[in-house]
Design a protein around this ligand. Structure first.
Ligand SMILES: Cc1cc2nc3c(=O)[nH]c(=O)nc-3n(C[C@H](O)[C@H](O)[C@H](O)COP(=O)(O)OP(=O)(O)OC[C@H]3O[C@@H](n4cnc5c(N)ncnc54)[C@H](O)[C@@H]3O)c2cc1C
Length: 385
């Protein structure tokens, strides 16, 4: 069969969508990248910490880095554990600039950007995708739609992606203006007052420090805003700082049951691809985007048979370590959700500490699964306050 050039739409210009569009454009498929924001990244909410390895894989320019992180402090009760690495394992960055860069690169490579377009519906039978732009409704026909539109994915109405039954967490943060340029260290504090699974974080940025809280949805609900403000108020080094930005969002905690159907597939948060222990999803957004792009490119090279790309994407996913790792964690977190609903205590704290300190040391496989990076061996130090 001779190669064909299908018409492809990528919905959502976040990390997953912009990477998928970039890869498709590199293969000469000129996708349309559609985002509800006028400027991609304008409303992005993210802690802005990613693995150094991902930064290299994404071929990002050094200007996007706010700091290279080689030290993690983990607070739990009266205990503080410090993980130090000989080389940086994470980078600190600003998510709005990051999304803006990825979208621009996709466009420079050959993708077409429709900005300020909120996708409202998709008809899987005809391939018609509709969106609202400046008060008017527009629609076009596409052979393949890649949904990378996050937790409220439009794919859901066609039965793909996360649904109402997916365990969810919420997170919010404030960015406080500071002159402290300490940027090599990030803090996690595992003590939520209401004992729901979750943690506070303190991530330094350039001229800012981001202080946030993420929590699994549960019954014992003190508003996140109140938890966060009390956390800031209790810390002398934070409480006097001026707040420059407050943001938040939802985080899915289990892989979607259906990742695709003929003509459509879901990637990133829309597919529920997030590590529920840390709430980190950028690694999986990138990995799923690569797999989706590969499936579509292969399908086009074979002459394009409707449904082949979605089936191939699913096969690539189920062969990947990411999928099984997140699937297993999803089962654990469905149990945690039941415990929370019944008002029982959960083992989240112990799970987090096991994940951070023990698992990466067990075997090289565990190390690469947790993506704690094999290269620099962590040095652990514990102390009691
Ligand atoms: C507060 C918070 C902090 C986090 N911190 C980290 C972290 O430090 N490190 C990490 O790895 N992960 C973190 N995560 C998770 C991470 O942000 C996500 O896993 C990641 O952003 C997923 O990327 P995505 O492209 O799939 O989705 P998103 O980043 O959500 O992108 C979705 C895109 O789709 C667009 N969109 C949405 N709906 C529509 C529509 N109907 N029509 C058109 N466009 C639409 C949006 O504008 C957006 O650009 C955090 C999440 C939250 C909420």
């Amino acid at each position: 069969m001779s190669p064909v050039r299908p018409r492809i739409a990528v919905v959502g210009a976040g990390c997953a969508g912009a990477v998928a569009a970039w890869r498709l454009a590199q293969a000469g498929l000129a996708p349309v990248l559609i985002d509800k924001d006028l400027t991609p990244g304008a409303s992005a909410a993210c802690g802005g910490v990613m693995l150094h390895a991902l930064y290299r894989r994404l071929e990002l320019p050094p200007e996007l880095i706010d700091g290279e992180v080689n030290s993690l402090r983990l607070f739990s009760g009266d205990r503080c554990d410090r993980l130090e690495f000989r080389r940086p394992v994470f980078i600190n960055f600003d998510r709005c600039r990051f999304d803006g860069f990825l979208a621009e690169r996709a466009v420079d490579t050959g993708a077409q950007l429709y900005s300020g377009c909120r996708v409202t519906s998709w008809d899987p039978e005809t391939g018609e995708l509709s969106w609202g732009r400046a008060g008017a409704t527009e629609s076009e026909l596409f052979d393949q739609v890649v949904f990378a539109d996050g937790v409220n994915t439009v794919g859901r109405v066609a039965g793909i992606g996360i649904d109402g039954d997916t365990p969810m967490a919420s997170a919010m943060y404030r960015e406080l203006v500071t002159e402290d340029e300490r940027s090599h260290e990030v803090d996690f504090v595992l003590d939520l007052e209401d004992e729901d699974p979750g943690y506070f974080w303190v991530f330094p940025k350039h001229g800012l420090v981001q202080v946030g809280v993420g929590r699994f949805h549960g019954e014992r609900r003190e508003p996140l805003r109140r938890l966060l403000d009390r956390f800031i108020e209790d810390r002398a080094e934070l409480k006097a700082l001026e707040c420059a930005r407050t943001r938040g969002g939802g985080i899915p905690f289990a892989v979607a049951r259906r990742l695709g159907r003929p003509g459509g597939l879901v990637i990133g948060d829309a597919a529920g691809l997030v590590n529920p222990i840390t709430g980190g999803g950028l690694v999986y957004a990138e990995a799923s985007a690569e797999m989706a792009a590969r499936a579509i490119v292969e399908s086009a090279a074979k002459g394009w048979e409707r449904g082949w790309a979605a089936a191939r994407y699913r096969r690539l996913m189920v062969r990947s370590v990411h999928y099984w790792w997140l699937k297993s964690l999803g089962l654990v977190f469905r149990r945690i959700r039941r415990q929370v609903a019944l008002g029982k205590r959960t083992d989240f704290k112990r799970l987090f500490l096991f994940y951070a300190f023990v698992l990466p040391r067990l075997t090289p496989a565990a190390s690469s699964i947790t993506l704690a990076m094999r290269e620099p061996r962590p040095v652990r130090r514990s102390m009691r306050s």
